[in-house]
Write a new protein. Structure first.
Length: 284
């Protein structure tokens, strides 16, 4: 059993290396990975930042960055689905099938390599955020935990996209399909605006949205949430400062735990589904 696992890990590492080397041959992929997060940070910080008040006297740029992190790693997971669909379309999956390698290695290699893409995106976003005024106010350990949580969630979500990539006929289809799902998840959340500004039904959805949980957990760990402890709310309101209404939903009170629950659920469901779908596809 251990020997078989070791072979699977080794085969997965080879596939992951193959996907990372692709950056040299298709440099426009790297350009998108690096430029997209910069564009989103600058767009929301300078175009919408003056119109959105997160409340509690906190700077919108500090409020924003955790949401941009979450949005980017979720969108980054689409590379997995698009890559799987492209390999299917070009017949590369059939070539892998003819090799003496683990059946799960292709999926493991693809999902791991896309985590590397997300590491690059997060690093670029963090540097851009620091330049425009974002600050990490939590401890070093908390900050590392926040980055690890973001990457763990992106890895779990990439298995969802891997499964979808094995079902659709082309990369174009998965790009359009993922956009229709990911956009509502990211925008009906606390990624860009406070949850208490949503109308009732959307507020309930946003509170239990996993994207909101990951964003809230990141803000909490980075120390980017307003601290109103010992502050006179009446004085702040008199000064024109909006007082945010904290959510009493369990998911928002325990965002780290809720995010990890979603990671476990997604992996438990979509890893077996993806492996089974890959085996079915390979037998065609």
């Amino acid at each position: 059993m251990m020997k078989r696992l070791a072979y699977s890990v080794a085969d997965g590492a080879v596939v992951a290396k193959r996907n990372v080397i692709k950056i040299k041959r298709v440099p426009d992929v790297l350009v998108w990975v690096l430029m997209s997060p910069i564009m989103f940070v600058l767009l929301f910080a300078y175009v919408f930042g003056g119109a959105i008040d997160p409340g509690g006297g906190i700077n919108y740029r500090e409020f924003l960055i955790a949401g941009i992190f979450t949005q980017t790693v979720v969108f980054g997971a689409t590379f997995t689905g698009a890559g799987m669909a492209e390999d299917m379309q070009k017949g590369i999956i059939d070539r892998f099938r003819s090799l003496p390698m683990s059946r799960s290695a292709v999926l493991v290699g693809r999902t791991v390599s896309d985590v590397i893409y997300n590491v690059l995106s997060v690093a670029i976003m963090a540097l851009t955020g620091l330049i425009i005024g974002w600050a990490i106010r939590g401890t070093f350990v908390d900050a590392v935990t926040a980055f690890a949580l973001l990457l763990l969630f992106s890895y779990a979500f990439s298995w969802v996209m891997a499964y979808v990539g094995l079902l659709v006929p082309s990369p174009d289809v998965i790009n359009n399909a993922s956009f229709m799902v990911i956009m509502p998840l990211t925008f009906v959340s606390n990624a860009f605006v406070p949850i208490d500004t949503f109308p009732g039904p959307l507020q309930r959805f946003a509170e239990w949205n996993p994207v909101s949980a990951v964003t809230q957990a990141s803000r909490q760990l980075f120390g980017n949430l307003p601290d109103l402890t010992g502050v006179d709310a009446a004085v702040l309101q008199a000064q024109g400062v909006r007082i945010p209404t904290p959510s009493d939903a369990w998911s928002m009170q325990h965002p780290v735990a809720y995010s990890l629950i979603w990671v476990v659920i997604i992996l438990a469901v979509f890893v077996p589904l993806s492996v089974r779908q890959y085996k079915r596809t390979a037998r065609r």
